[in-house]
Write a protein that binds this ligand. Structure first.
Ligand code: NAD
Length: 308
């Protein structure tokens, strides 16, 4: 197989001053991309800012023979999103790839979790993803080419003290699923990564744990093990759009939303008792389907009304 290259491509990676974003930025640059290393440089909870992390990673890339520029704008504001894309345009003249990776986490659970916890997660993960995507979109459309990777999390599957984070990460899937359809006529593909890595956020080394040796009996999850999947989703040859992939520790997998065939009630209006009586059938995963979009889902869901 020929090497997957990113020559002549310009990539923006948000939150690339540490952890996963740093690994993505390094891999894209090593394969020829010119990279905007964005990072606000705050704490794991999103407090404060520091120009250091973005600059360090940009310097690392340049020292390794690549091209990179540091950017320290905040993804959570529309102005920040515009400025980050502006850095790509001003420095490299274009933008082709956007990896929406910047993130924070503030653990909390009901009833004590304050509304601010939800607001901050939504601001960074959901507004942040929207702000940069909105800023890049007209340029991607005009050039009829774009590859966008949003970041979701298997945290959305459920964890007691993780509700706001999970809600925000689930939101990025909705953004991508619909942007996929809007982008299709313009050769813009929008996919998602659900990473697993022992970064600062993952409970490991602040720089991503990439140099930590594997220890017997302990999970070994370097950030660099996620990067090949992100790079493939960011490549011209990426074969999919609107899909979620999990990567970490050497495993690469697809995560998807599916519907069961369910129960069809044909004898007048269904009662609560009918629903309770059909519970097993409603939940039966045999014959489940993975709808490609809302229209595909409604076609399957209502097929019994049209003789299906
Ligand atoms: P990390 O804390 O090491 O890196 C996140 C980076 O984002 C930090 O450098 C931070 O300064 C930056 N950032 C935060 N808010 C920002 C803002 N408003 N504007 C610009 N930059 C900002 O964490 P990580 O593990 O590398 O996480 C990267 C992404 O992957 C996050 O979106 C996270 O939610 C997601 N994720 C990580 C894991 C994991 O196992 N580590 C699992 C699921 C999802």
């Amino acid at each position: 197989m020929s090497e997957f290259r990113f020559d002549d491509r310009v990539a923006v990676v948000t939150g690339a001053g540490r952890g996963l974003g740093r690994a993505y930025a390094h891999l894209l640059a090593a394969r020829g991309a010119r990279v905007v290393v964005n990072d606000l440089g705050g704490s794991i909870e999103g407090d404060g800012q520091d120009t250091g992390p973005a600059q360090v990673v940009a310097d690392e890339i340049v020292a390794a023979g690549g091209e990179a520029v540091a950017d320290t704008h905040d993804v959570s504001t529309p102005e920040g999103g515009e400025a980050i894309v502006g850095t790509a345009l001003d420095t490299f003249g274009r933008v082709d790839i956007l990896v929406n990776n910047a993130g924070i986490v503030r653990y909390g659970s009901l009833p004590d979790m304050p509304l601010e916890n939800l607001e901050r997660h939504i601001a960074v993960h959901l507004y942040g993803t929207y702000n940069t995507t909105r800023a890049a979109w007209p340029h991607l459309r005009r050039q009829r080419y774009g590859r966008i990777v949003h970041t979701t999390s298997t945290g959305l599957l459920g964890l007691d003290n993780n509700q706001a984070y999970a809600a925000a990460k689930a939101g990025t899937i909705g953004l991508a699923r619909s942007a996929r359809i809007a982008g299709e006529p313009h050769n813009i593909k929008v996919n998602l990564i659900a990473p697993a890595a022992m970064t600062r956020m993952g409970g490991g080394d602040p720089l991503g744990g990439d140099d930590a040796p594997a220890r017997p009996g302990e999970p070994h999850l370097p950030a660099r093990a996620v990067a090949p999947m992100v790079a493939y989703l960011a490549h011209e040859d990426c074969p999919v759009s609107g899909e979620v992939y999990i990567a970490g520790g050497g495993r690469f997998a697809r995560l998807f939303i599916a519907a069961t065939e369910g129960y069809v009630h044909t004898d007048g209006d269904a009662t609560v008792e009918d629903v309770a009586g059909a519970w097993e059938t409603i939940n039966d995963e045999k014959g489940y389907y993975v709808p490609d979009g809302l229209m595909a889902w409604s076609g399957s869901f209502l097929k019994h009304q049209f003789g299906g």
